[in-house]
Ligand binder design. Structure first.
Ligand SMILES: [Zn+2]
Length: 242
């Protein structure tokens, strides 16, 4: 919603499908493994398109999903990861109220007793830098993909439910060969400012979702590139404007 209201509404209404579905599927493939053996098998059974039907690789996983397998293996090779993951419940739904609205989160791994939760993120390159309009600078993947507000919301929902603070961890694994792996523990210095960011935008987003306010098109995402119509010229200084 924060990157393009028009595209997100079209996606929610089912009027539009993102073209790079395979990258999303690889992420789901990796996630399902850590959910449970049954969930992983179910994912494979429900997605025959991940198996190659042509050439020498016929009957085997397609290249991107082979990388997915490699990412799973890389995480499993990390002793600290398995030690933490083995103590957790997986894909835990948590609900609550924030800023007067109902929220629902699905937490990848949760250990209530020890008071921590973990989210598993698949990334192209853990050290990749991208420009962020929100943070007005070059940022890491955690900020570029707005994982900080997600982690802040999860920690709030857990604190509401259990009445005590929870520690948050991100396990990142890269799609490179070999895969890079990293454990990230965002501190409150990074998480707390996200409360104000959500607070600032949540009423407007709700109005857009309800159809009370027309959505704003970003003008340059995949959806906008397909659907925009040029009616006038812009100046050079506007080319990189938000
Ligand atoms: Zn857009």
């Amino acid at each position: 919603m924060m990157s393009c209201e028009t595209a997100e509404l079209a996606l929610l209404k089912g009027d539009y499908e993102q073209s790079n579905k395979e990258a999303l599927l690889v992420g789901n493939f990796v996630h399902s493994f850590f959910e449970s053996e049954e969930a992983h098998q179910k994912f494979i059974d429900e997605h025959p398109e991940i198996i190659s039907t042509r050439g020498a690789s016929k009957g085997h996983l397609k290249a991107n999903f082979k990388v997915g397998e490699q990412m799973i293996d890389r995480l499993c090779d990390e002793q600290l990861f398995t030690n933490m993951d083995n103590t957790c419940e997986h894909e835990v739904i948590v609900t609550g109220k924030l800023f007067g609205y109902d929220w629902k989160g699905k937490i990848d791994a949760l250990n209530v007793e020890q008071g921590f939760f973990m989210d598993y993120k698949t990334v192209d390159d853990i050290r990749k830098r991208s420009w962020s309009d929100k943070y007005r600078g070059m940022v890491d993947f955690v900020r570029a993909r707005d994982y900080l507000p997600q982690m802040w919301v999860y920690s709030q929902l857990l604190e509401q439910k259990y009445g005590r603070p929870f520690k948050c961890f991100i396990w990142a694994v890269s799609k490179q060969t070999p895969s890079d792996v990293q454990l990230i523990n965002p501190s409150s210095v990074w998480l707390e400012p996200e409360e104000f960011w959500i607070k600032e935008h949540i009423d407007h987003i709700e109005q857009v979702m309800n159809g009370e306010v027309a959505p704003t098109a970003c003008g340059h995402c995949e959806y906008c590139r397909k659907h925009k119509t040029i009616t006038s010229a812009i100046d050079v200084g506007e080319i990189l404007a938000e």
